[in-house]
Design a protein around this ligand. Structure first.
Ligand code: DC
Length: 217
């Protein structure tokens, strides 16, 4: 049987950094489920679908074939065969992903793909509903969070390093709004699973968090 580690939490809590580090240490495969929702969002943006057009999202998402692969140890997301890693890390795509991910058709399609991956391999999977919905039997479940200001500062530094124009207060406002959308949606809202361990990374280093998760295993 494969061993699964589920890491959920709000935007910018450090889930992907921690999950990647743990996967490397343990020789597990890292699965970034947010990247799949982002690839779907990119498709919808390209198809000029508005976030409010629920029925159109249900319809259009069927045309998007999303799959993942690994190149040089990095997860690559393919949208209808195209590697879209270079296009999905923008605020526009992130906001569309938050707006379109409540759609049941979108979730059904991506959850199926995520379960298939975890069934055959040892994975560290991060997202919003991994411990509560995708992998309810995961051996380790973590709910990773941090103060919204700290999360905004982390995102700000990432964007600055990429040379993107950004404003800290706007990023924090976006993060709070995205949390609200993710936590209040009807299907699979972001919530700590009953059997998940809460880790607040506001005042912890990456290594400290990674060690805390590995200790749970
Ligand atoms: O983690 P991220 O910022 O890349 O995720 C983008 C959006 O995708 C996020 O706002 C909510 C959605 N998402 C989701 O609904 N379920 C997941 N398992 C992962 C992401």
């Amino acid at each position: 049987m494969s061993c699964n580690i589920a890491i959920d939490g709000p935007a910018g809590a450090g889930k992907s950094t921690i999950a990647k580090k743990i996967a490397k240490k343990l020789g597990y495969i890292y699965v970034d489920t947010g990247a799949m929702y982002r690839a779907m969002a990119l498709y919808l943006i390209r198809e000029k679908v508005d976030p409010s057009e629920t029925e159109k999202i249900s319809e259009k998402c069927k045309e998007a074939d999303i799959s993942i692969g690994y190149e040089n140890g990095e997860q690559v997301v393919y949208l209808n065969g195209e590697n879209v890693n270079g296009y999905i890390r923008t605020e526009e795509v992130g906001n569309m992903a938050s707006a379109s991910s409540p759609n049941p058709e979108v979730r059904k399609k991506l959850v199926e793909l995520q379960r298939k991956l975890a069934a055959s391999k040892d994975v560290v999977m991060d997202g919003r509903d991994i411990g509560t919905c995708v992998l309810p039997d995961a051996q380790v479940k973590v709910y990773l969070t941090a103060d919204s200001r700290v999360r905004a500062e982390r995102r700000y530094k990432e964007l600055q390093a990429k040379g993107e124009e950004c404003d800290l207060d706007t990023i924090e406002r976006d993060i709070i709004e995205r949390d609200r959308q993710d936590m209040t949606r009807e299907i699979s809202p972001l919530v700590q699973a009953e059997d998940a361990t809460l880790i607040d990374s506001s005042h912890m280093t990456v290594d400290e968090v990674a060690e805390a998760v590995i200790a749970l295993l």
